[in-house]
Ligand binder design. Structure first.
Ligand SMILES: [Zn+2]
Ligand SMILES: [Zn+2]
Length: 103
């Protein structure tokens, strides 16, 4: 699997790291940007609310973590951020799952 899944619209600024949606080319169900810490944003780029907590969101993170873990030496700050990035992704997954249980 390659991310973003769709090619971002050219010249439309930021795109979702998972699906490739942009401001002018949003997801069919409508979406916005997920608020994330700046270091997450710097490493991975933005994430849209339609992708938050989906299997693709988590798969993207898993791939990134695998790639960063290969980079040696792994700095303490990187290890800490990886932990926080994983934790945030787990929360997004749980949030989506609990929302789906309510529907
Ligand atoms: Zn998206
Ligand atoms: Zn989107």
């Amino acid at each position: 699997m390659k991310y973003p899944l769709n090619r971002p619209m050219t010249g439309d600024g930021m795109w979702c790291r998972v699906c490739g949606c942009t401001q002018q080319n949003a997801c069919p169900e409508g979406c916005g940007w997920v608020q994330e810490p700046s270091y997450t944003f710097e490493v991975m780029g933005p994430l849209c609310t339609a992708c938050a907590g989906t299997p693709n969101d988590l798969a993207f993170i898993a791939r990134l973590v695998a790639k960063l873990l290969e980079a040696k030496p792994l700095r303490a700050i990187t290890r800490k951020r990886l932990g926080l990035i994983l934790l945030a992704a787990a929360r997004r997954g749980e949030e989506r799952a609990s929302k789906e249980r309510q529907d």
